[in-house]
Ligand binder design. Structure first.
Ligand SMILES: Cc1cc2nc3c(=O)[nH]c(=O)nc-3n(C[C@H](O)[C@H](O)[C@H](O)COP(=O)(O)OP(=O)(O)OC[C@H]3O[C@@H](n4cnc5c(N)ncnc54)[C@H](O)[C@@H]3O)c2cc1C
Length: 380
Protein backbone atom coordinates (compact mmCIF):
# COMPACT_ATOMS: atom_id res chain seq x y z
CA UNK A 1 0.00 0.00 0.00
CA UNK A 2 1.46 3.33 -1.06
CA UNK A 3 0.98 6.18 1.41
CA UNK A 4 0.97 9.64 -0.13
CA UNK A 5 1.75 12.55 2.12
CA UNK A 6 -0.42 15.31 0.70
CA UNK A 7 0.44 19.00 0.39
CA UNK A 8 -1.92 19.77 3.30
CA UNK A 9 -0.18 17.18 5.50
CA UNK A 10 3.22 18.62 4.52
CA UNK A 11 2.06 22.06 5.56
CA UNK A 12 0.90 20.84 8.98
CA UNK A 13 4.13 18.90 9.46
CA UNK A 14 6.18 21.99 8.56
CA UNK A 15 4.31 23.93 11.26
CA UNK A 16 4.94 21.15 13.81
CA UNK A 17 8.61 20.92 12.77
CA UNK A 18 9.04 24.64 13.32
CA UNK A 19 7.48 24.45 16.79
CA UNK A 20 9.51 21.33 17.64
CA UNK A 21 12.80 22.78 16.40
CA UNK A 22 12.44 26.28 17.80
CA UNK A 23 10.64 25.66 21.07
CA UNK A 24 10.98 22.00 22.10
CA UNK A 25 14.46 20.97 20.97
CA UNK A 26 16.32 23.75 22.85
CA UNK A 27 14.63 22.55 26.07
CA UNK A 28 15.25 18.79 25.62
CA UNK A 29 18.55 18.58 27.54
CA UNK A 30 17.18 20.51 30.51
CA UNK A 31 13.92 18.53 30.60
CA UNK A 32 16.01 15.34 30.74
CA UNK A 33 18.23 16.74 33.48
CA UNK A 34 15.49 18.03 35.76
CA UNK A 35 12.74 15.51 34.86
CA UNK A 36 10.31 18.42 35.04
CA UNK A 37 6.92 18.13 33.40
CA UNK A 38 6.98 20.63 30.50
CA UNK A 39 3.57 22.16 31.26
CA UNK A 40 4.11 25.24 29.08
CA UNK A 41 4.99 23.12 26.03
CA UNK A 42 1.91 20.96 26.57
CA UNK A 43 -0.19 24.16 26.72
CA UNK A 44 1.46 25.32 23.49
CA UNK A 45 0.65 21.99 21.82
CA UNK A 46 -2.97 22.53 22.85
CA UNK A 47 -2.92 26.04 21.32
CA UNK A 48 -1.59 24.53 18.09
CA UNK A 49 -4.42 21.99 18.05
CA UNK A 50 -2.09 19.02 18.52
CA UNK A 51 -3.79 17.39 21.52
CA UNK A 52 -6.70 16.13 19.44
CA UNK A 53 -5.17 15.62 15.98
CA UNK A 54 -7.23 12.61 14.78
CA UNK A 55 -10.59 13.46 16.36
CA UNK A 56 -13.50 15.15 14.56
CA UNK A 57 -13.85 18.90 14.92
CA UNK A 58 -17.25 18.44 16.61
CA UNK A 59 -15.35 16.95 19.58
CA UNK A 60 -12.66 19.64 19.59
CA UNK A 61 -10.20 17.73 17.40
CA UNK A 62 -8.33 18.77 14.28
CA UNK A 63 -10.17 16.25 12.09
CA UNK A 64 -6.96 14.85 10.62
CA UNK A 65 -6.07 11.23 9.87
CA UNK A 66 -3.89 8.72 11.70
CA UNK A 67 -1.08 9.02 9.15
CA UNK A 68 -0.75 12.72 9.97
CA UNK A 69 -1.01 11.96 13.68
CA UNK A 70 1.85 9.42 13.47
CA UNK A 71 4.06 11.81 11.49
CA UNK A 72 3.39 14.56 14.05
CA UNK A 73 4.39 12.23 16.91
CA UNK A 74 7.60 11.42 15.00
CA UNK A 75 8.31 15.13 14.52
CA UNK A 76 7.74 15.96 18.21
CA UNK A 77 9.78 12.98 19.44
CA UNK A 78 12.62 13.95 17.12
CA UNK A 79 12.86 17.10 19.29
CA UNK A 80 11.99 15.55 22.66
CA UNK A 81 10.68 12.06 23.28
CA UNK A 82 8.85 13.07 26.49
CA UNK A 83 6.93 15.93 24.90
CA UNK A 84 5.84 13.71 22.01
CA UNK A 85 4.80 10.94 24.40
CA UNK A 86 2.63 13.19 26.58
CA UNK A 87 0.61 14.14 23.50
CA UNK A 88 0.64 10.61 22.07
CA UNK A 89 -0.74 9.02 25.26
CA UNK A 90 -3.41 11.72 25.63
CA UNK A 91 -4.65 10.90 22.15
CA UNK A 92 -4.03 7.22 21.56
CA UNK A 93 -4.53 5.73 25.04
CA UNK A 94 -7.29 7.95 26.41
CA UNK A 95 -9.04 9.97 23.70
CA UNK A 96 -9.02 7.13 21.17
CA UNK A 97 -10.86 4.50 23.29
CA UNK A 98 -13.48 7.12 24.20
CA UNK A 99 -13.80 8.02 20.53
CA UNK A 100 -14.02 4.35 19.45
CA UNK A 101 -16.22 2.95 22.23
CA UNK A 102 -17.78 5.93 24.05
CA UNK A 103 -21.38 7.07 24.01
CA UNK A 104 -22.13 10.47 22.55
CA UNK A 105 -22.49 11.87 26.09
CA UNK A 106 -19.06 10.43 27.07
CA UNK A 107 -17.47 11.94 23.96
CA UNK A 108 -18.94 15.36 24.71
CA UNK A 109 -18.01 15.25 28.36
CA UNK A 110 -14.53 13.68 28.12
CA UNK A 111 -13.21 13.58 24.55
CA UNK A 112 -13.78 17.28 23.92
CA UNK A 113 -11.60 18.54 26.80
CA UNK A 114 -8.94 15.91 25.94
CA UNK A 115 -8.89 17.00 22.30
CA UNK A 116 -8.74 20.71 23.03
CA UNK A 117 -6.08 20.27 25.71
CA UNK A 118 -8.36 21.54 28.49
CA UNK A 119 -7.73 18.15 30.17
CA UNK A 120 -4.98 15.53 29.93
CA UNK A 121 -5.61 11.80 29.62
CA UNK A 122 -4.00 8.53 30.70
CA UNK A 123 -4.60 4.78 30.57
CA UNK A 124 -4.30 2.88 33.85
CA UNK A 125 -4.02 -0.83 33.16
CA UNK A 126 -0.72 -2.17 34.53
CA UNK A 127 -0.57 -3.51 38.11
CA UNK A 128 2.21 -5.01 40.23
CA UNK A 129 1.13 -8.57 39.29
CA UNK A 130 -0.27 -7.78 35.84
CA UNK A 131 2.09 -6.39 33.19
CA UNK A 132 2.31 -8.47 30.02
CA UNK A 133 -0.43 -10.66 31.49
CA UNK A 134 -2.98 -7.85 31.47
CA UNK A 135 -5.91 -10.18 32.23
CA UNK A 136 -4.49 -10.88 35.72
CA UNK A 137 -5.46 -7.49 37.13
CA UNK A 138 -6.73 -7.40 40.68
CA UNK A 139 -8.41 -3.99 40.71
CA UNK A 140 -12.07 -4.58 41.43
CA UNK A 141 -15.26 -2.77 40.49
CA UNK A 142 -18.29 -3.71 42.57
CA UNK A 143 -21.76 -2.59 41.58
CA UNK A 144 -23.68 -0.64 44.24
CA UNK A 145 -26.94 0.76 42.91
CA UNK A 146 -26.19 3.03 39.96
CA UNK A 147 -22.45 3.21 40.72
CA UNK A 148 -19.37 1.04 40.73
CA UNK A 149 -16.88 1.11 43.59
CA UNK A 150 -13.29 0.72 42.41
CA UNK A 151 -10.39 -0.53 44.52
CA UNK A 152 -6.84 -1.29 43.40
CA UNK A 153 -3.41 0.02 42.49
CA UNK A 154 -2.19 0.82 39.00
CA UNK A 155 1.53 1.22 38.44
CA UNK A 156 3.81 2.92 35.88
CA UNK A 157 1.06 5.22 34.58
CA UNK A 158 2.21 7.71 31.93
CA UNK A 159 0.92 11.28 32.42
CA UNK A 160 0.30 10.03 35.99
CA UNK A 161 -0.63 12.80 38.37
CA UNK A 162 -0.68 15.39 35.59
CA UNK A 163 -3.67 13.71 33.95
CA UNK A 164 -7.28 14.62 34.66
CA UNK A 165 -9.05 11.68 33.01
CA UNK A 166 -8.10 7.99 33.24
CA UNK A 167 -9.27 4.92 31.44
CA UNK A 168 -9.09 2.32 34.24
CA UNK A 169 -9.37 -1.44 33.75
CA UNK A 170 -11.06 -3.32 36.59
CA UNK A 171 -12.61 -6.70 37.31
CA UNK A 172 -16.41 -6.64 37.42
CA UNK A 173 -16.37 -10.45 37.58
CA UNK A 174 -13.54 -11.75 39.75
CA UNK A 175 -13.99 -15.36 38.64
CA UNK A 176 -13.58 -14.64 34.93
CA UNK A 177 -10.26 -13.67 33.36
CA UNK A 178 -10.35 -11.36 30.37
CA UNK A 179 -14.16 -11.51 30.07
CA UNK A 180 -14.50 -10.23 33.63
CA UNK A 181 -12.78 -6.94 32.82
CA UNK A 182 -14.59 -3.64 32.34
CA UNK A 183 -13.11 -0.24 31.45
CA UNK A 184 -14.16 2.89 33.35
CA UNK A 185 -13.66 6.57 32.74
CA UNK A 186 -12.34 7.89 36.04
CA UNK A 187 -11.81 11.54 36.90
CA UNK A 188 -8.85 12.64 38.98
CA UNK A 189 -11.14 14.65 41.26
CA UNK A 190 -13.29 11.65 42.21
CA UNK A 191 -12.83 11.02 45.97
CA UNK A 192 -10.45 8.08 46.62
CA UNK A 193 -8.10 8.67 43.66
CA UNK A 194 -4.53 9.30 44.80
CA UNK A 195 -0.99 9.10 43.46
CA UNK A 196 1.90 7.44 45.14
CA UNK A 197 5.28 6.61 43.62
CA UNK A 198 6.70 9.16 41.17
CA UNK A 199 9.23 7.11 39.25
CA UNK A 200 12.81 8.26 38.54
CA UNK A 201 13.46 6.90 35.09
CA UNK A 202 16.35 6.06 32.78
CA UNK A 203 14.84 7.99 29.84
CA UNK A 204 11.77 9.99 28.76
CA UNK A 205 12.36 11.78 32.03
CA UNK A 206 10.02 14.68 31.30
CA UNK A 207 7.12 12.25 30.91
CA UNK A 208 5.58 11.80 34.38
CA UNK A 209 5.13 8.17 35.50
CA UNK A 210 3.24 7.52 38.73
CA UNK A 211 1.14 4.94 40.52
CA UNK A 212 -2.59 5.60 40.62
CA UNK A 213 -4.33 4.28 43.72
CA UNK A 214 -8.09 3.74 43.80
CA UNK A 215 -9.67 3.50 47.24
CA UNK A 216 -13.44 3.08 47.26
CA UNK A 217 -13.73 5.34 44.23
CA UNK A 218 -17.40 5.69 43.31
CA UNK A 219 -17.80 5.84 39.54
CA UNK A 220 -21.28 6.38 38.04
CA UNK A 221 -22.41 3.52 35.79
CA UNK A 222 -22.62 5.90 32.83
CA UNK A 223 -18.82 5.98 32.98
CA UNK A 224 -18.53 2.33 31.91
CA UNK A 225 -16.69 2.47 28.57
CA UNK A 226 -17.67 -0.01 25.87
CA UNK A 227 -19.96 -2.22 27.97
CA UNK A 228 -19.59 -4.40 31.07
CA UNK A 229 -17.22 -7.33 30.47
CA UNK A 230 -15.80 -5.80 27.27
CA UNK A 231 -12.86 -4.03 28.88
CA UNK A 232 -10.19 -6.42 27.63
CA UNK A 233 -11.29 -5.96 24.03
CA UNK A 234 -11.56 -2.18 24.45
CA UNK A 235 -8.05 -2.03 25.85
CA UNK A 236 -6.52 -4.40 23.28
CA UNK A 237 -8.12 -2.44 20.42
CA UNK A 238 -6.77 0.73 22.02
CA UNK A 239 -3.27 -0.74 22.10
CA UNK A 240 -3.50 -1.85 18.45
CA UNK A 241 -3.73 1.82 17.51
CA UNK A 242 -1.48 2.96 20.34
CA UNK A 243 1.45 0.94 19.05
CA UNK A 244 1.52 3.08 15.91
CA UNK A 245 2.27 6.05 18.17
CA UNK A 246 5.10 4.18 19.90
CA UNK A 247 6.57 3.22 16.52
CA UNK A 248 6.41 6.92 15.62
CA UNK A 249 8.14 7.81 18.87
CA UNK A 250 10.93 5.29 18.20
CA UNK A 251 11.39 6.67 14.67
CA UNK A 252 11.55 10.25 15.96
CA UNK A 253 14.22 9.33 18.52
CA UNK A 254 16.24 7.41 15.93
CA UNK A 255 15.98 10.31 13.49
CA UNK A 256 17.35 12.67 16.13
CA UNK A 257 20.27 10.27 16.64
CA UNK A 258 20.96 10.12 12.91
CA UNK A 259 20.71 13.88 12.38
CA UNK A 260 23.03 14.56 15.34
CA UNK A 261 25.45 11.91 14.03
CA UNK A 262 25.52 13.42 10.54
CA UNK A 263 26.29 16.89 11.88
CA UNK A 264 29.00 15.55 14.18
CA UNK A 265 30.61 13.36 11.52
CA UNK A 266 30.98 16.39 9.24
CA UNK A 267 32.59 18.46 12.01
CA UNK A 268 34.83 16.02 13.82
CA UNK A 269 38.30 15.83 12.28
CA UNK A 270 40.65 12.88 12.83
CA UNK A 271 43.64 11.93 10.73
CA UNK A 272 43.27 15.33 9.05
CA UNK A 273 39.80 14.60 7.64
CA UNK A 274 36.21 14.84 8.86
CA UNK A 275 35.27 11.38 10.13
CA UNK A 276 32.34 11.50 7.62
CA UNK A 277 35.00 10.79 4.98
CA UNK A 278 35.67 7.33 6.43
CA UNK A 279 33.74 4.54 4.84
CA UNK A 280 33.18 2.84 8.21
CA UNK A 281 31.28 5.93 9.42
CA UNK A 282 29.45 6.38 6.10
CA UNK A 283 28.20 2.79 6.23
CA UNK A 284 26.99 3.23 9.78
CA UNK A 285 25.07 6.35 8.72
CA UNK A 286 23.70 4.54 5.65
CA UNK A 287 22.46 1.63 7.79
CA UNK A 288 20.86 4.02 10.27
CA UNK A 289 19.03 5.91 7.50
CA UNK A 290 17.87 2.64 5.89
CA UNK A 291 16.57 1.21 9.16
CA UNK A 292 14.67 4.42 9.93
CA UNK A 293 13.07 4.44 6.50
CA UNK A 294 12.06 0.79 6.82
CA UNK A 295 10.44 1.46 10.19
CA UNK A 296 8.60 4.50 8.86
CA UNK A 297 7.22 2.44 5.98
CA UNK A 298 5.80 -0.11 8.44
CA UNK A 299 4.39 2.65 10.63
CA UNK A 300 2.71 4.44 7.71
CA UNK A 301 1.19 1.22 6.46
CA UNK A 302 -0.34 0.47 9.86
CA UNK A 303 -1.61 4.05 10.15
CA UNK A 304 -3.09 3.97 6.63
CA UNK A 305 -4.94 0.72 7.43
CA UNK A 306 -6.29 2.31 10.55
CA UNK A 307 -7.49 5.31 8.53
CA UNK A 308 -9.41 2.91 6.32
CA UNK A 309 -10.91 1.05 9.28
CA UNK A 310 -9.08 -2.14 8.24
CA UNK A 311 -7.89 -4.25 11.22
CA UNK A 312 -4.22 -3.42 11.83
CA UNK A 313 -3.24 -5.48 14.90
CA UNK A 314 -0.55 -7.34 12.97
CA UNK A 315 0.79 -4.27 11.17
CA UNK A 316 0.88 -2.07 14.27
CA UNK A 317 2.64 -4.82 16.27
CA UNK A 318 5.17 -5.24 13.44
CA UNK A 319 5.74 -1.49 13.26
CA UNK A 320 6.22 -1.15 17.02
CA UNK A 321 8.45 -4.23 17.20
CA UNK A 322 10.68 -3.22 14.31
CA UNK A 323 10.82 0.48 15.20
CA UNK A 324 11.62 -0.19 18.87
CA UNK A 325 14.45 -2.59 18.09
CA UNK A 326 15.65 -0.26 15.35
CA UNK A 327 15.71 2.77 17.66
CA UNK A 328 17.78 0.93 20.27
CA UNK A 329 20.27 -0.13 17.60
CA UNK A 330 20.43 3.22 15.77
CA UNK A 331 20.87 5.27 18.94
CA UNK A 332 23.64 2.92 20.10
CA UNK A 333 25.39 3.38 16.74
CA UNK A 334 25.03 7.15 17.11
CA UNK A 335 26.97 6.96 20.38
CA UNK A 336 29.62 5.04 18.42
CA UNK A 337 29.81 7.77 15.76
CA UNK A 338 30.46 10.31 18.52
CA UNK A 339 33.20 8.09 20.05
CA UNK A 340 34.07 9.03 23.65
CA UNK A 341 32.08 12.23 23.43
CA UNK A 342 28.97 10.18 22.71
CA UNK A 343 29.25 8.68 26.18
CA UNK A 344 29.21 12.10 27.83
CA UNK A 345 26.17 13.85 29.19
CA UNK A 346 26.89 17.13 27.40
CA UNK A 347 26.16 15.55 24.00
CA UNK A 348 22.59 14.52 23.19
CA UNK A 349 23.17 11.04 21.81
CA UNK A 350 23.39 9.24 25.16
CA UNK A 351 19.96 10.72 25.94
CA UNK A 352 18.59 9.35 22.69
CA UNK A 353 19.93 5.91 23.65
CA UNK A 354 18.25 6.08 27.06
CA UNK A 355 15.01 7.41 25.56
CA UNK A 356 14.93 4.70 22.87
CA UNK A 357 14.96 1.76 25.31
CA UNK A 358 11.43 2.31 26.57
CA UNK A 359 9.97 1.80 23.10
CA UNK A 360 10.84 -1.90 23.41
CA UNK A 361 9.00 -2.13 26.72
CA UNK A 362 5.73 -0.24 27.03
CA UNK A 363 2.40 -0.84 25.29
CA UNK A 364 3.44 -4.50 25.22
CA UNK A 365 7.08 -5.54 25.28
CA UNK A 366 8.69 -6.55 22.02
CA UNK A 367 8.47 -10.18 23.14
CA UNK A 368 4.71 -9.72 23.37
CA UNK A 369 4.66 -8.02 19.94
CA UNK A 370 6.36 -11.13 18.53
CA UNK A 371 3.59 -13.24 20.08
CA UNK A 372 0.93 -10.99 18.49
CA UNK A 373 2.62 -11.21 15.08
CA UNK A 374 3.19 -14.96 15.43
CA UNK A 375 -0.48 -15.51 16.25
CA UNK A 376 -1.47 -13.60 13.15
CA UNK A 377 1.02 -15.04 10.67
CA UNK A 378 1.17 -18.60 11.93
CA UNK A 379 -2.32 -18.80 13.36
CA UNK A 380 -0.87 -20.05 16.69
C1 LIG B 1 8.00 4.31 31.56
C2 LIG B 1 6.82 3.41 31.52
C3 LIG B 1 5.57 3.93 31.21
C4 LIG B 1 4.44 3.08 31.19
N1 LIG B 1 3.20 3.63 30.95
C5 LIG B 1 2.09 2.85 31.15
C6 LIG B 1 0.77 3.43 31.08
O1 LIG B 1 0.61 4.60 30.77
N2 LIG B 1 -0.29 2.63 31.38
C7 LIG B 1 -0.16 1.33 31.72
O2 LIG B 1 -1.15 0.68 31.99
N3 LIG B 1 1.07 0.73 31.75
C8 LIG B 1 2.20 1.48 31.49
N4 LIG B 1 3.45 0.91 31.56
C9 LIG B 1 3.56 -0.51 31.84
C10 LIG B 1 4.11 -1.31 30.68
O3 LIG B 1 3.17 -1.41 29.64
C11 LIG B 1 4.59 -2.66 31.22
O4 LIG B 1 5.75 -2.38 32.00
C12 LIG B 1 4.90 -3.67 30.15
O5 LIG B 1 3.74 -4.07 29.48
C13 LIG B 1 5.60 -4.92 30.69
O6 LIG B 1 5.00 -5.38 31.85
P1 LIG B 1 5.93 -5.71 33.14
O7 LIG B 1 6.75 -4.49 33.39
O8 LIG B 1 5.07 -6.19 34.23
O9 LIG B 1 6.91 -6.82 32.65
P2 LIG B 1 6.61 -8.44 32.66
O10 LIG B 1 5.29 -8.70 32.04
O11 LIG B 1 6.85 -8.96 34.03
O12 LIG B 1 7.75 -8.96 31.69
C14 LIG B 1 9.09 -9.21 32.12
C15 LIG B 1 9.82 -9.86 30.95
O13 LIG B 1 9.20 -11.10 30.62
C16 LIG B 1 8.80 -11.11 29.25
N5 LIG B 1 7.56 -11.86 29.11
C17 LIG B 1 6.43 -11.76 29.86
N6 LIG B 1 5.50 -12.62 29.42
C18 LIG B 1 6.02 -13.25 28.34
C19 LIG B 1 5.54 -14.23 27.43
N7 LIG B 1 4.31 -14.74 27.51
N8 LIG B 1 6.38 -14.65 26.44
C20 LIG B 1 7.63 -14.13 26.31
N9 LIG B 1 8.13 -13.18 27.15
C21 LIG B 1 7.34 -12.75 28.13
C22 LIG B 1 8.64 -9.63 28.89
O14 LIG B 1 8.76 -9.41 27.49
C23 LIG B 1 9.77 -9.01 29.67
O15 LIG B 1 10.98 -9.17 28.96
C24 LIG B 1 4.59 1.72 31.51
C25 LIG B 1 5.86 1.20 31.79
C26 LIG B 1 6.96 2.03 31.81
C27 LIG B 1 8.30 1.44 32.16
Amino acid sequence: MHVNVTAEQQEILAMVRQFATEEVLPRAGRIDETAEYPADLVAKMADLGLMGVPFPEEYGGAGLDYVTFALIVEELCRADASVGLIMDVNISLCGEPIYMFGTDAQKKRYLTPLATGAALGALAMTEPEAGSDAASIRTTADKRGDRYVLNGRKIFITNGEQADIYIVTAKTDRAARSRGITDFIVEKTMPGVSFTTHYEKMGIRGSPTTDVVLENVEVPEENVLGGVGNGFRVTMDTLDAGRIGIAAQAIGIARAALEDSLAYARERVQFGRPIADFEAIQFMLADMATQIQAARTLMLRAAALRDRNIPCARESAMAKLFAGDMAVQVTSEAVQVFGGYGYMHEYPVERHMRDAKITQIYEGTNQIQRLVVARQVAGT
